[in-house]
Design a protein around this ligand. Structure first.
Ligand SMILES: CC(C)(COP(=O)(O)OP(=O)(O)OC[C@H]1O[C@@H](n2cnc3c(N)ncnc32)[C@H](O)[C@@H]1OP(=O)(O)O)[C@@H](O)C(=O)NCCC(=O)NCCS
Length: 169
């Protein structure tokens, strides 16, 4: 992509949720990338996604018309003695995929984690067959620490592994 991206990333507010929900629902109902209930309801989804401080939820929005194109939530991976490792979740509206939004959200999250003083980032459950995500996280410096065998029940592929992916900061 050349020039300034056509989108910008900002903190999400409650008013953004109705625009996030349709693609959240589409991605989760497909059942291929997240270990959330495929029939999750809107309020349950909102509770999962709209993270309270000190975590953060952001949206990528079209610079021209403000359309929400993707979102990420970021937070401590564990509490207490595990709270120096960050984690995050990402969703880009499939209608706007492959336009650099996921990469920009990933870079944004890494910068947030570094600025917030986290020592590392851990993704706990990257579906082994989710080639776009695995390629994206690898390109952003994450490595596969290990793969939990058959931990994810894929609707088409059956039991597949979940990668734990990790990046030091
Ligand atoms: C994974 C996801 C966030 C990527 O978002 P995106 O905006 O489409 O990604 P980008 O356009 O920024 O592409 C970044 C990289 O991802 C990889 N990628 C994206 N789409 C891909 C595809 N269809 N096939 C293979 N690799 C792909 C490539 O490495 C790409 O880099 P490149 O364009 O330099 O080759 C998005 O596909 C998504 O929301 N998927 C469903 C939910 C999900 O899987 N979330 C992550 C869970 S760990």
């Amino acid at each position: 992509m050349s020039g300034a991206p056509a989108f910008t990333i900002r903190d999400a507010t409650g008013a953004d949720w109705p625009a996030i929900w349709p693609f959240f629902h589409e991605i989760v109902a497909a059942g291929e990338t997240y270990a959330y209930p495929r029939d999750v309801g809107e309020q349950g989804a909102r509770a999962i996604w709209m993270v309270a401080p000190p975590g953060r939820t952001v949206v990528a929005v079209d610079r021209d018309d403000g359309t929400v194109l993707g979102s990420a939530s970021m937070y401590a991976n564990r509490m207490g003695p595990g709270a120096h490792v960050a984690s995050a979740s990402f969703m880009v509206d499939p209608a706007h995929g492959r336009q650099g939004i996921g990469r920009a959200l990933g870079e944004h999250m890494i910068a947030w984690a570094r600025a917030s003083g986290y020592r590392a980032i851990q993704f706990n459950a990257v579906v082994q067959t989710n080639a776009p995500a695995v390629a994206l996280w690898r390109s952003l410096g994450f490595e596969i620490i290990g793969t939990v065998p058959e931990a994810f029940d894929h609707p088409a592929l059956g039991y597949v592994g979940l990668h734990v992916m990790h990046r030091r900061l």
